[in-house]
Design a protein around this ligand. Structure first.
Ligand code: GDP
Ligand code: GDP
Length: 456
């Protein structure tokens, strides 16, 4: 039935679109200069200049949303790094490994004009071990004459090479069709409801030296283990099951946290990729901040990553044992000015060194997960929206007053709402609605998605 000017199909479509669950993830891997970034740009179809960044400028963005033939998915790009102290093969392998692990299918890019190299063979080994679906791309086949080079890549044993030109678009449509065929509808690790689907998954993230490894050791009640091995070699077990507060949790990528290899060149990008991979695999992110230092741009980036990924979130201010009166005063000011956007995240002030407030971590995580999974019944939501609209109508603009007509929660993990309105709702009003939703229903520890449909 038509509802205030929206037809049923339109409403159903809007709810479907707004309520999509976690998107399946595609990793694009390969050696440097084979054209990964060019291909990612083509897949996401834009605008975000990911190719030829200025040298020395850190690229921290590693996942993008894309759509092909009406299906949406995420792309994990590994093109943004420079060769580092590990040497070429180990670097490529380490990067690819994280991306593959966080992905549901992989596009493996080879430069057809060069042919398969030893480094390519190393990646093939990783791909075999991971057992994920692979689409092999023979890139830089800009014309008919390159097709033979592409065919030579059958030798990699990964099935049919798809000849493409990432630069000019040749063959990329057929290749993307193959990608969609390989990609599951939803990520392999779909989020389980509390109690089912195995242990809840926690990513412990934060910039180097905030105390991730110390905190992990503290909660795991173990001696500090320093494993001095190079990234990209054996990394088993990657995740660890740890019992806290009588519940078993899965801590993501603890091997990476414990290893603590501090790379120089390209380390930032590498760390970003690792963080993004951990966040992808997790349900809740515990973000560590070093309270003895100023909140940095890097802290902000990590927070943004978790928010963009739509994960439940807890902020842990570590090294609380080091604070004096003065630092504490300034920290509170910084939190107000720098972290106002995530004032909804539960906060714990901890010390991995002394064990201070460790017992508060689990309740905070549980609170965040509860907020993340909250579902508001449509009746209650609309009663609430009705009250808001009556008490705080949208300001009149150009003689018109846009009104929220009705709304529904289209999904959870994180909560996603779609509002149907008679006109465009200004950003300030949308923020006001979000604030009021939080006041009314809690949503502690979770980002909220709010989309608005306007009646034509
Ligand atoms: P990445 O290091 O794997 O991310 O590689 P880039 O995407 O940065 O590409 C490396 C170089 O190869 C750039 O100069 C691109 O313009 C070029 N390139 C990428 N794809 C193609 C292609 O399909 N054909 C040709 N001729 N050049 C390409
Ligand atoms: P990661 O790089 O995030 O894993 O950080 P680490 O756990 O290796 O810690 C970096 C440094 O901070 C080490 O010297 C730790 O001993 C120290 N550290 C970690 N947590 C605390 C804490 O709560 N208080 C103090 N004073 N130092 C800490």
């Amino acid at each position: 039935a038509a509802q205030e000017g929206f037809d049923a199909e339109e409403i159903a479509g809007a709810i479907e679109e707004a309520g999509h669950g976690p998107l399946p993830r595609l990793a694009v891997v390969g050696r440097p200069n084979v054209g990964k970034s060019t291909l990612v740009n083509r897949i996401i179809g834009r605008r975000e200049a990911v190719v030829q960044d200025k040298p020395g400028v850190t690229r921290d963005r590693v996942t993008y949303e894309a759509e092909w033939a009406g299906r949406r998915f995420k792309v994990v790009d590994t093109g943004g790094w420079e060769q580092d102290v590990l040497g070429l093969d180990a670097s490529v392998a380490a990067q690819a490994e994280y991306a593959i692990e966080a992905a549901d299918a992989v596009v493996f890019v080879v430069d057809a004009t060069v042919g398969a190299t030893d480094t390519d063979e190393a990646v093939v080994k990783l791909l075999r071990r991971a057992g994920k679906p692979v689409v092999l791309c023979a890139n830089k086949v800009d014309g008919q004459s390159g097709e033979a080079d592409a065919a030579a890549l059958w030798s990699l044993g990964l099935g049919e090479p798809h000849p493409i030109s990432a630069l000019h678009g040749r063959g990329t449509g057929d290749m993307l069709d193959a990608v969609l065929a390989a990609l599951p509808e939803a990520p392999a690790q779909t989020f389980g409801a509390a109690g089912v689907g195995g242990p809840r998954r926690i990513a412990l993230i934060g910039r180097p030296n905030v105390g991730k490894s110390s905190l992990l050791n503290k909660v795991a009640n173990e001696e500090r283990v320093v494993v001095n091995e190079l990234a990209g070699t054996t990394r088993d077990p990657v995740d660890e099951l740890i019992e806290l507060g009588g519940v078993t949790w899965k801590f993501i990528d603890t091997a990476g946290i414990r290893r603590r290899v501090h790379l120089q060149e390209g380390a930032d990008y590498y760390a970003s990729l690792r963080t993004a991979a951990a966040v992808e695999k997790a349900e809740v992110a515990v973000i560590l901040i070093d309270s003895s230092e100023s909140i940095s741009v890097q802290d902000q980036r990590i927070i943004t990553m978790a928010v963009d990924a739509g994960r439940a979130m807890v902020i842990a201010f570590n090294k609380w044992d080091t604070l004096d009166e003065e630092r504490r005063y300034y920290l509170e000011r910084e939190i107000e000015t720098e972290l106002g956007q995530i004032a909804w995240a539960p906060r714990v002030n901890v010390s991995a060194r002394t064990g201070r407030h460790m017992e508060k971590l689990v309740p905070a995580i549980e609170t965040a997960l509860a907020g993340w999974e909250t579902r508001i019944p449509t009746g209650r939501l609309n009663a609430f929206l009705g009250e808001i609209v009556a008490a705080h109508p949208h300001p009149v603009r150009g003689g018109k007053q846009p009104r929220i007509l009705f709304g529904t929660q289209a999904g959870t993990k994180p909560p996603r709402f779609v509002l149907f309105a008679s006109g465009f709702l200004e950003a300030g009003y949308r923020r006001f609605i979000e604030r009021r939703l939080r006041e009314e229903f809690g949503f502690e520890g979770t980002p909220i998605h709010l989309s608005v449909r306007v009646r034509e």
